[in-house]
Design a protein. Structure first.
Length: 131
């Protein structure tokens, strides 16, 4: 996982964080003053908030994040080639994941707003570590 604390804008997509190209949602990276990534929308928003391409070897992992997500906002991990969902997590701050040995050489990690609504989020860090 690249840029786990959102402080390295020089890590470019797709292996760095990609933010939506939308005026409907405002994403602000951490600064020397603010220690977290903040996201908000003044109008109802549904869709992708953050995305990063991963190339995880098969095996077991633990996904963790430190922060606060609004209602109907959650993390997903999907195989790039098949779209198979490896994680659909909108409740827990820690989740076990199994990356299969076949058909999943790349993965998209996304944070999504799953229902039309106002987005409010605060993220300090994201981790994906072998288990």
């Amino acid at each position: 996982l690249s840029d786990p604390d959102f402080r390295q804008p020089q890590v470019v997509a797709p292996f760095g964080w990609t933010f939506p190209n939308s005026d409907a949602i405002d994403i602000r990276r951490p600064t020397r003053i603010a220690s977290a990534l903040y996201g908000s929308s003044s109008l109802p928003f549904e869709g992708e908030i953050l995305r990063q391409l991963l190339v995880l070897p098969s095996g077991r992992y633990i996904f963790r994040f430190d922060g606060e997500l609004g209602e109907n906002t959650g993390w997903n991990l999907r195989c790039t080639s098949t779209g198979r969902t490896l994680m659909d997590n909108n409740v827990s701050f820690s989740k076990e994941i199994l990356v299969p040995s076949e058909g999943c050489t790349g993965q998209w990690l996304t944070l999504e707003s799953r229902a039309l609504g106002v987005v409010k989020l605060k993220l300090r860090s994201v981790q994906l570590v072998p288990n």
